[in-house]
Design a protein around this ligand. Structure first.
Ligand code: ADP
Ligand code: MN
Ligand code: MN
Ligand code: MN
Length: 365
């Protein structure tokens, strides 16, 4: 793995560091971040504002060339950026900021890849039930040639077994990236719950949440931006492909969900009621649980490698081969949350969480 310091020679590195210390006065750099037309890639651009914004409404609405992000035709390309939340920028540090944005078309309608607008309207209907979500983001680290990080260039590492939560130079690839990302998220103010090394070598996971309603999705998208940005510095690629290699574990975004009723005494009954509703709506969920209407998850949800079959809904306690799992502790306490294991690593969490609310709490399709 080549580090930034290997790529730039030392003189250039110290020049860069010198420029980065220059006093910025009252001015603040704000990087506007948005989801592009692929529904899974993230873009960002930066502007100067004159003073620290006291609330989100003080950040100006901005725009960009949507024809260069698969979001508009060249002849009508201005697409609007509406800031929705502000976090500290861990790359520029100091008082500089990141802002996640929703995208709107020339006619003020949400762009095709803006699923936040509809998710927010759905969440607003059920706020009295206090929905919490926690999402486990799995990802794979690759060399810039697309080869898994740290794997022999000809052949494969030893079979899966020693890597999950492992330690040691012969089995852990990219820990510095995982740790840098963790620190960046906490610096920014993102509610990152923890991290672990995964079953496939050079695959990792971090968890966002539990957060109320839409907050988990906002923070998951920001944390993905931060991950890609950290990886850029390390000259490594972060892949959210749900199944990079056929014979190895894929990458998911297990989505954990609870309501106030589920978290209270005998909440297990409410969990079981929701699982029944989920079992009736399997295909509607699969259609929004990856970035390609189910096509990516076909490669991942095979029924092996700790997954269920994409064709059939299943549920169980402590069973990682099910669509939906009730954690053992939850079964013992008779209250808590459940885990939907179907969402893929490249899912749009706005779509996933909205569908869960519709099925479980609104009983709409
Ligand atoms: P595992 O790998 O065993 O599936 P993790 O510890 O990686 O479990 O993830 C558990 C997730 O469950 C975390 O994202 C956490 O935020 C979430 N979580 C814990 N309690 C709740 C709850 N009451 N409601 C929703 N999510 C929860
Ligand atoms: Mn996990
Ligand atoms: Mn995992
Ligand atoms: Mn899990």
């Amino acid at each position: 793995m080549k580090y930034l310091t290997d790529l730039l020679d030392k003189d250039k590195m110290s020049l860069y560091q010198k420029y980065m210390t220059f006093d910025q006065g009252e001015k603040i750099q704000v990087t506007y971040i948005w989801i592009d037309g692929t529904g899974q890639n993230i873009r960002g651009k930066t502007r100067t504002v004159n003073a620290q914004p006291l609330c989100i409404a003080e950040l100006p609405i901005w725009n960009y060339d949507g024809s260069s992000t698969y979001q508009a035709e060249g002849s009508n390309s201005d697409t609007y950026l509406h800031p929705i939340c502000i976090y500290r920028d861990p790359f520029k540090k100091g008082k500089h900021l990141l802002t996640l944005c929703e995208t709107y078309k020339y006619n003020k309608r949400p762009s095709e890849s803006n699923h936040r607008n509809s998710c927010r309207l759905t969440m607003d209907k059920v706020l009295d039930q206090e929905p919490w979500f926690g999402i486990e983001q799995e990802y794979n680290l690759l060399d810039t040639d697309g080869h898994p990080l740290g794997w022999p260039k000809n052949g494969y590492p030893k079979p899966q077994g020693p890597y999950y939560c492992g330690v040691g130079a012969d089995r852990m690839f990219g820990r510095q990236i995982e740790e840098s990302h963790y620190n960046c998220c906490l610096f920014s103010g993102i509610n990152i719950g923890g991290t672990n090394a995964e079953v496939m070598p050079s695959q990792w996971e971090y968890q966002i949440g539990p957060n109320i309603g839409i907050g988990v999705s906002d923070e998951l998208w920001l944390s993905r931006y931060i991950m890609h940005r950290v990886c850029e510095d390390f000259n490594v690629i972060c892949s959210l492909d749900p199944k990079p290699l056929p014979d190895w574990n894929g990458a998911g975004a297990h989505t954990n969900f609870s309501t106030k009723t589920m978290r209270e005494t005998d909440g297990l009954k409410e969990i079981e009621r929701c699982i029944k509703l989920l079992s009736n709506r399997h295909s509607q969920h699969i259609a929004v649980y990856d970035a390609k209407n189910g096509e990516d998850n076909i490669r991942r949800l095979t029924g092996i490698h700790e997954t269920s079959s994409i064709h059939k809904f299943s549920s169980g306690t402590a069973d990682r081969g099910c669509s939906v799992r009730i954690p053992r502790q939850v079964a013992e306490d008779k209250c808590g949350y459940f885990e939907d294991r179907r969402p893929a690593s490249n899912c749009d969490p706005y779509r996933v969480t909205e569908q869960i609310i519709k099925t479980c709490l609104l009983e709409e399709i």
